[in-house]
Design a protein around this ligand. Structure first.
Ligand code: NAD
Length: 340
C-alpha cells in the first residue's frame, strides 16, 4: 500500500499545496491530520475521507505511536515549533518530513537529527526544488561545469509581506524574518548550482520601511557567499517589496538562469545556448513520492536532516555577519551536498 502521511498544522501550505499534492502521489497518501482547530478537522475529514482514528490535536499527537496507518509525519508548523514536533514524531517511531527552515537554531537541528537516529527512522526537509527539473538542470550545468567552472551566482527571492501570518515577523515563532523564509531558497540554489559549501559570508541588513511590523526581525538582507575557488554568490531577500525571483550562474564559457526561479510552478530557464525546454511538475508530489520511495527501498534521501542543519548553520552565519559587519567563516559547516 502507499505510505500514510499525517500533516501536522493545517495552515496555508498544507491546505493549498500539500494536501492537493497528496492526491497526485503514487507512493504515499494523505492518511491523517494533526490540528488544534476542531472545525478544520471536520472539514478535512469530509473533503479527504480521513477516518476519525487518524485525527489528532497537539495534546493527543503522541498517541500516533499506536497508529499503523501513519508511516510519515509531515511537520508544517511555524519554524520555531519544528523541533518539538519532529522530536515527538521520532519518539512515536515515525519517519518525518520537516518543513524549511529545519529549525531556528543549529542546536535544535542537531537535537532533531539525534532523535531521528535514535528512533532509526528517516528524516527529510521539505526542499521541494531538489525534485524540480529546472533546478536539477541548474545542478547538472553547474556541478558538471558544462560551461566551465561557475564564477558568479546571483539569487533574489522576496515579497511584500502583508502580515497575514504574524508568526513570520515574530522572533519567537519565526526565528527570524525573510532570510529564514525566502532567503533560504537563494542560499540553497547557490549551493546546489555551485556544488560546494561556501567558506565565508558577508552580509548587510536593508532599511526597515515599517519599524513596527519589523520590530523583531529584519525587513531584508543582502549577503555574499564566498567559495574556496574564489567564486562568489550575491543574494538578496526581503519582506518589504515584491522581488522578481531569480537564480543565475555565470561560468567561464556560458551562463544559465531561472526566472521566475523559486515559485510552486511557472519556472522558466535559459542558458547562453537558448531556452531550457523543460516542463514544470507538481513539486510537492515529486518531493513526497521521492521520500516515500526512499523509505520503501531503504535509500538515503537527497534532502536529509544534515542538509537542513547545514543551512541553519549558514543562516546563523549570515545573521552574525550582518550584525557584526564582519566576514564570518563557515568552514565548520556540515559538508552535505545534493550531487547532480
Ligand atoms: P500558516 O501560518 O499558514 O500555517 C501554520 C499552521 O500552524 C496554522 O494552521 C496554525 O494554526 C498552526 N499552529 C499551531 N501552533 C501554532 C502556534 N503556536 N502559533 C501559530 N500557529 C500555530 O503558515 P504556512 O505558510 O503554512 O507555513 C508553515 C511552515 O511551512 C513554515 O515552516 C514555512 O516555512 C513552511 N512553508 C514551506 C513552503 C515550501 O514551499 N516548502 C511554503 C510555505 C510554507
Amino acid at each position: 500500500r502507499p505510505l500514510g502521511v499525517a500533516l501536522v498544522g493545517l495552515g496555508k501550505y498544507s491546505t493549498g499545496l500539500l494536501a492537493p499534492a497528496l492526491q497526485e502521489t503514487k507512493w504515499c497518501r494523505l492518511a491523517g491530520i494533526v490540528t488544534g482547530t476542531p472545525a478544520k478537522a471536520v472539514q478535512w475529514q469530509r473533503q479527504y475521507n480521513i477516518p476519525t482514528q487518524n485525527v489528532y490535536n497537539y495534546q493527543t499527537f503522541d498517541r500516533i505511536i499506536d497508529n499503523p496507518a501513519i508511516d510519515v509525519v509531515y511537520v508544517v508548523l511555524p519554524n520555531a515549533l519544528h523541533a518539538e514536533y519532529v522530536v515527538r514524531a521520532a519518539q512515536a517511531g515515525k519517519h518525518v518530513i520537516c518543513e524549511k527552515p529545519m529549525a531556528t537554531t543549529a542546536a535544535d537541528a542537531r537535537r532533531m537529527i539525534a532523535a531521528m537516529q535514535k528512533a532509526g527512522k528517516k528524516l527529510s526537509i521539505g526542499y521541494r526544488l531538489h525534485f524540480e527539473p529546472h533546478h536539477r538542470e541548474m545542478m547538472r550545468l553547474g556541478q558538471q561545469e558544462v560551461f566551465g567552472p561557475v564564477k558568479h551566482l546571483v539569487a533574489d527571492n522576496g515579497f511584500k509581506f502583508n502580515n497575514d501570518t504574524p508568526w513570520r515577523v515574530s522572533k519567537a515563532l519565526g526565528g527570524g524574518g525573510p532570510l529564514l523564509d525566502m532567503g533560504i531558497y537563494c542560499l540553497q540554489g547557490c549551493l546546489y548550482t555551485k556544488g560546494q559549501v561556501p567558506v565565508s559570508v558577508t552580509a548587510k541588513f536593508t532599511a526597515k520601511p515599517d519599524p513596527v511590523l519589523f520590530k523583531e526581525v529584519e525587513a531584508g538582507v543582502n549577503w555574499q557567499l564566498q567559495f574556496a575557488d574564489g567564486a562568489v554568490a550575491d543574494c538578496r531577500t526581503t519582506y518589504a517589496e515584491n522581488m522578481a525571483s531569480r537564480l543565475r550562474a555565470d561560468a567561464t564559457t556560458g551562463w544559465a538562469e531561472l526566472a521566475p526561479a523559486f515559485g510552486y510552478g511557472g519556472i522558466q530557464g535559459r542558458t547562453s545556448q537558448g531556452v531550457m525546454n523543460i516542463h514544470n511538475v507538481n513539486q510537492q508530489a515529486a518531493q513526497m513520492d521521492d521520500f516515500a520511495a526512499c523509505i520503501i527501498n531503504n535509500k538515503p534521501t537527497r534532502v536529509p536532516g544534515e542538509m537542513g542543519l547545514r543551512d541553519v548553520q549558514l543562516l546563523e552565519a549570515i545573521y552574525r555577519a550582518a550584525e557584526t559587519g564582519q566576514k564570518v567563516s563557515t568552514k565548520d559547516v556540515a559538508l552535505v551536498l545534493d550531487k547532480a
